[in-house]
Design a protein around this ligand. Sequence first.
Ligand code: NAD
Length: 256
Amino acid sequence: MKRIALVGGAGRMGQSLAENLNLVDGLVVAALVDLHEPRHLFGAAYYSSLEATPPAQIDVVVDFSQPDSVELSAQWCARYGVALVIGTTGLNPRQRAAVEAASETTCVIMASNFSLGAVLSERFAAMAAPYFDRVEIVELHHDRKVDAPSGTAIATADRIRAARSAAGRSTPPEPTERHTIEGARGADAGDGVRIHSVRLPGLVAHQEVLFGGPGEGLTIRHDSYDRVSFVQGVALAVKNVRDEPSFIWGIDEFIA
Ligand code: NAD
């Protein structure tokens, strides 16, 4: 049985994970860690910080909070040799460095998207990338998301660029010469891969990767309609944490 401490346990993701990870064989949510008392405890103990959480009762910390807090989670996990699964997005370079430092002492698995469909859509985008001249990513999220573009869009752009470069392809020059309104062409994620971020109430997490080639287009679309879509991927990560120090980016390798 793997005992989980959920950092951000009172948040939207934390509450959904607390409810649903408890239903997965071999996993139990032992602690909800949050600045605020969670609305539901789902049988877990509540702690206001990891510092207050007994390390002997925790096998894996799962962090879905905010970037500052990830740094604290990384330090705590490194100190006590507890594995860390990170879903929080929008980390700055200092926070990323803290995570990488922790992975020299313990196992860290970090993913910008734990939904299986999203992971597969990234894989499909990388497969298609060498065969199309142009690609643009439209990511659509709920209106309380604080970072843009989404971590998933950045990771998708990275995989597309890597697949193109491995195939010796690059994007043709940008056609737009005049920006009547600044930003109309979205953000350049490198090598001409454009990302457009949409924020609207009612959305959860959605992404379209639009490829264009001579006389044809290919759209790869993924929709998370509910936060429960992230549970299977988080459970996979928790079950696959290693005993030795390591840094694993994404859950792709756990999906055959
Ligand atoms: P949320 O605002 O609803 O919840 C965040 C929680 O973290 C809040 O309850 C807050 O009180 C708590 N928190 C903040 N600082 C803390 C600290 N120092 N210690 C403990 N708790 C602290 O946000 P959310 O919608 O649940 O999303 C959380 C994060 O997860 C975001 O970064 C989001 O982008 C990310 N996310 C990732 C995935 C993925 O698949 N990787 C999926 C969904 C959301």
